[in-house]
Design a protein around this ligand. Structure first.
Ligand code: ADP
Ligand code: MG
Length: 265
């Protein structure tokens, strides 16, 4: 069965897009057929996978608001993941969708005919809790929350968890919250650990391993249009490969997800 994973946090800059691109590429390296979906009108995922959103004439926007089939919009990427791209047009989709019955189910319905073609679908949600994110959470079986380990990281987590509960109550009863993924993690200071243990206690939220270390390589990779995994050896890429292995073991044989305890090891 195809696993559909949403990566969501309404805060910007917490590494949602980086996580989708890197995890997607790492899952391809494990032999999985991977589709990534760009749900952010900024099109950062589309751009980071080597496609210029300004030069595309069709995107997920036409799929969500018109009659275009998702399979007619898919793009291949150098990283081996298949991309359902976004363009700035998507900024208008929220307003168009609002007038439709069953608006939260639009993406789920659009992806249904594609599921046989992929083992994993990873959805990059935009930095808001609007209709697009609700579509991502409604289409998904599981949700992962990247969490930047900085002061005030917890602000907004409560609101996100309430949205997840509402989706579970109303549009997607089977949605599983996998937990928080620590990102931009600095192992040299205790600050990152303090933040993580505070958030996990406060919200009773599992923290997944491994934390993704802050590394300068990420910024370089997204600027050059290649993902962090291509031709690079660095701590961040290795962490995403490890995460991909944990998730794929969990999905294939149901083994427990490896969690991270900030004050052990
Ligand atoms: P979001 O999608 O949540 O807005 P992004 O994935 O776009 O976040 O990441 C925000 C910024 O942080 C980008 O410039 C990205 O290159 C950078 N970044 C992401 N992960 C790391 C990391 N582990 N180390 C250093 N920079 C990172
Ligand atoms: Mg993003």
């Amino acid at each position: 069965m195809t696993m559909v994973l949403a990566v969501a946090n309404q805060k910007g800059g917490v590494a949602k897009t980086t996580t989708v691109a890197s995890l997607g590429a790492a899952l391809v390296d494990l032999g999985q057929r991977v589709l990534v979906v760009d749900l952010d009108p900024q099109g950062c995922l589309t751009f980071s996978l080597g496609h210029n959103p300004d030069r595309l004439d069709k995107s997920v926007h036409e799929v969500l608001t018109g009659d275009t089939a998702a399979k007619d919009v898919l793009l291949a990427t150098d990283d081996g993941v298949t991309l359902l791209p976004a363009t700035i047009d998507l900024a208008g989709a929220e307003a168009l969708l609002l007038m439709r019955p069953g608006r939260e189910f639009t993406l789920k319905r659009a992806l249904a005919p594609l599921l046989d073609l992929f083992d994993v679908v990873v959805i990059d949600c935009p930095p808001s809790l609007g209709v697009l994110t609700l579509n991502g959470l409604t289409a998904a079986q599981q949700v992962l929350v990247p969490l930047q380990c900085e002061t005030l990281a917890h602000r907004g987590v409560g609101q996100l968890l309430r949205t997840v509960s509402e989706v579970q109550a109303i549009t997607n009863p089977d949605l599983v919250l996998l937990g928080a993924l620590p990102t931009l993690y600095d192992a040299r200071t205790t600050h990152s650990r303090d933040v993580l243990s505070d958030v996990s206690d406060r919200y009773d939220l599992p923290v997944l391993a491994p934390p993704i270390p802050r590394t300068v390589r990420f910024a370089e990779a997204s600027a050059s249009g290649a993902t962090v995994l291509v031709g690079r050896k660095n701590k961040g890429a290795a962490a995403y490969r490890e995460l991909a292995q944990h998730l794929s073991d969990h999905w294939i044989d149901g083994s427990d997800l490896v969690t991270f305890s900030p004050f052990e090891g």
